[in-house]
Ligand binder design. Structure first.
Ligand code: COA
Length: 164
């Protein structure tokens, strides 16, 4: 049974992330979405809110579960015996950072654990969580770019005074 991790801040999760989750869930027996708690970042959504929103948005995917972690990704991966870590690549600009991270992680992972890259579908290649928050804060429409349940939660936050 092959088990993979898809990790990130997901502040909030976008349809670009969901696209990667759907596709990765077809490649592995089990996919865990790992939401990172980073004490140095001030997220818009709390860790609990981010986890809840992803559980809701992935409820139709039976082999997908959601967890949270903090600290070194490789420790979480090794402790939980993942076979692979999935990452989405949107543009060549993502590549520089991703290859550094993958090569560092390769030293830290239990031998045999792989980083696996999926190319983001073109309709989502320009999306990032920060851009979603910026557009909403300026009253722009992000319908179709984030799952509906997450759109509702974003609208509940007062983003007018958000400094990004
Ligand atoms: N669709 C839409 N947006 C995407 C995307 C996709 N397929 N893939 C990435 N993004 C966006 C995210 O929305 C995020 O946008 P933002 O910067 O506006 O918030 C941005 O790209 C970066 O996302 P991501 O690469 O997932 O970074 P992250 O900070 O959310 O999480 C970790 C990256 C968790 C994998 C990494 O920081 C980590 O491993 N941390 C643990 C500490 C550690 O082990 N460090 C050593 C690593 S070698």
């Amino acid at each position: 049974m092959k088990k993979a991790l898809y990790s990130g801040s997901f502040d909030p999760m976008t349809n670009g992330h969901l696209d990667i989750i759907r596709r990765a869930s077809r490649m592995f027996d089990q996919l865990v979405v790992g939401v990172i708690y980073n004490p140095n970042k001030q997220p818009l959504f709390t860790l609990e809110e981010r986890v809840e929103m992803i559980i809701d948005a992935t409820s139709d995917l039976p082999n997908v579960s959601v967890d949270d972690f903090s600290g070194l990704l490789a420790d979480y991966v090794n402790d939980n015996h993942f076979d692979a870590v999935v990452r989405g690549l949107r543009a060549t600009s993502d590549f520089e950072y991703e290859i550094q991270m993958a090569q560092m992680n390769a030293r830290l992972f239990t031998p045999g654990t792989e980083s696996v890259f999926l190319m983001t579908s073109p309709e989502y290649s320009f999306i990032s969580s920060s851009m979603i928050k910026e557009v909403v804060s300026l009253n722009g429409k992000v319908e179709g770019l984030v799952p509906d349940n997450i759109l509702r939660e974003i609208k509940k936050k007062n983003l007018g005074g958000l400094s990004l």
